[in-house]
Design a protein around this ligand. Structure first.
Ligand code: GDP
Ligand code: MG
Length: 441
């Protein structure tokens, strides 16, 4: 995709904002990429439409090409759709025993996923899990779950020949309650396609079990079909989440986007192989990269962001070289420190400043102290920030009171700003900026 987009974007002119034509040209390519990744046509269409509306007219940051800008917007939007909003990040498995109903087509990976998830709940959340196979159509299916259970050290409900799915579900509930299990998982019968009889059975099971979670297991390689399956199951049974299997294959993960967009249900896990630990929490960022055509796009986006930061830093450097270092600059530095979680900010990377950074750190220069200093700067007027020399006694009193602090604390801050401005001036003269520039690299 990036190659193809590259061609389009070479033709785009560098303007202040993305024009309708810029975006339309790029979106034609994005649409093809989505379809190639197996995103269903209606979903691809509506996704492109919404991103087009968002991208058109948005500002193109200097030194980022319109192409990079569009990619970033597409990438961010993909993540947003895949991630959803306000999703719970844990399964609802409170009020033991919590029933989890596993549904899906035959061969989608239901039984494997049931066991993988049981192992995960046992290992990571220290839950006591009971597994039950409701697949009365194929005796081998029940054996399969029993063997997997043994392999991962999780109990399975003993098999009683002749029972139907509802009877097994009831027995599982009983056993889970009596046995003090935290969770019991019901692995329902497979079906080759959506089939009324089996759907009725799943509904009946749902009605007796009243599951806390109903997870639909779908083959991530099946693209469009997966969406139909999800719509059908959600309509008939109601699902609380989706597990996409075979994401270790060469599919590009388009099913994830379709699924999310059509059902609105969160994708909770992805299956990444046949082994029992090949189950991971869904990672929207990773799947977005994959849908767009592997990591190159993501790298491009990250580079674009880096460029922005370097630009900002260079602008600051220019000021510093002239010995200009007022309260706005200090605030910028302090915020940078907070962001980077310590003293390794630009300041720390500059010759001469590293020592100061260490001193500051030794003097209890932690996040809390930094926040207080920023509060002091915030209570200065624009004029005062630009020219701290203005700060005489009455102004100092007002600023300190405004931030709820003592004047002595403000004095310390002023001293720091002066020291930094002096150091900047010296460094600027010394290397005519060369040294500072070098430190930036
Ligand atoms: P069910 O009919 O839905 O219960 O499907 P199964 O759990 O029996 O799985 C069918 C086949 O798919 C088995 O051979 C599994 O090992 C395999 N399988 C399941 N999940 C994955 C996965 O995430 N990746 C790969 N590569 N194979 C999987
Ligand atoms: Mg099965």
């Amino acid at each position: 995709l990036s190659d193809r987009l590259g061609g389009v974007f070479d033709r785009l002119t560098k303007q202040g904002a993305l024009s309708e034509e810029d975006v339309a040209a790029a979106m034609r390519e994005v649409r093809v990429a989505l379809l190639e990744a197996d995103v269903s046509l209606p979903v691809a269409r509506s996704f492109v439409k919404s991103v087009t509306a968002k991208a058109t007219g948005s500002a193109v940051t200097k030194s980022i090409t319109p192409g990079q800008q569009v990619v970033k917007i597409v990438h961010d939007e993909l993540i947003k759709v895949l991630q959803g909003e306000g999703e719970p990040d844990a399964l609802r498995i409170d009020n033991p025993p919590a029933p989890i109903l596993m549904v899906g087509l035959q061969g989608s990976g239901k039984t494997t996923t049931t066991a993988k998830l049981a192992k995960r709940l046992k290992d990571r959340e220290k839950k006591r899990v009971l597994l039950a196979s409701l697949d009365t159509n194929r005796p081998a299916a029940m054996e399969q779950l029993a063997i997997l259970g043994q392999q991962i050290g999780v109990d399975t409900l003993p098999i009683v020949p002749g029972e139907n799915a509802v009877q097994i579900a009831k027995r599982a509930k009983q056993q889970a309650t009596l046995g003090g299990y935290d969770v019991y998982m019901l692995d329902t019968a497979g079906r080759l396609h959506i089939d009324e009889v089996l759907m009725d059975e799943v509904q009946a099971v749902r009605d007796v079990a009243n599951p806390r979670e109903t997870l639909l297991v779908v083959d991530g390689l099946t693209g469009q079909d997966a969406v139909n399956v999800a719509t059908e199951f959600d309509g008939k049974v109601g699902i609380s989440g989706v597990v996409l299997t075979r994401m270790d294959g060469d599919g590009r993960g388009g099913a994830a986007l379709s699924m999310r967009a059509v059902t609105g249900k969160p994708i909770r896990f992805v299956g990444l192989g046949e082994k029992m630990d090949a189950l991971e929490a869904f990672d929207a960022q990773r799947v977005a990269g994959r849908i767009l055509g592997m990591g190159d796009i993501v790298a491009l986006v990250e580079k674009a962001q880096e460029v922005l930061e370097v630009e900002q830093a260079e602008r600051m450097m220019k000021r510093f070289q002239k010995g200009l270092f007022n309260m706005n600059d200090l605030k910028g530095q302090l915020e940078q420190m907070m962001k980077m979680g310590g003293m390794q900010s630009i300041m720390g990377m500059m010759p001469g400043m590293g020592k100061m950074a260490k001193q500051a750190e030794a003097a209890g220069f932690d996040d809390k102290a930094i926040k207080r200093q920023i509060a002091l700067i915030n209570s200065m007027t624009k004029k005062e920030r630009a020219n701290p020399d203005l700060l005489q006694a009455s102004r100092k009193k007002r600023i300190a009171a405004g931030a709820g602090m003592e004047v002595s604390e403000l004095n310390k801050l002023l001293k720091m700003q002066k020291q930094m401005a002096d150091t900047m001036k010296k460094l600027g003269k010394m290397g005519k900026g060369g040294m500072l520039k070098q430190a930036m690299r």
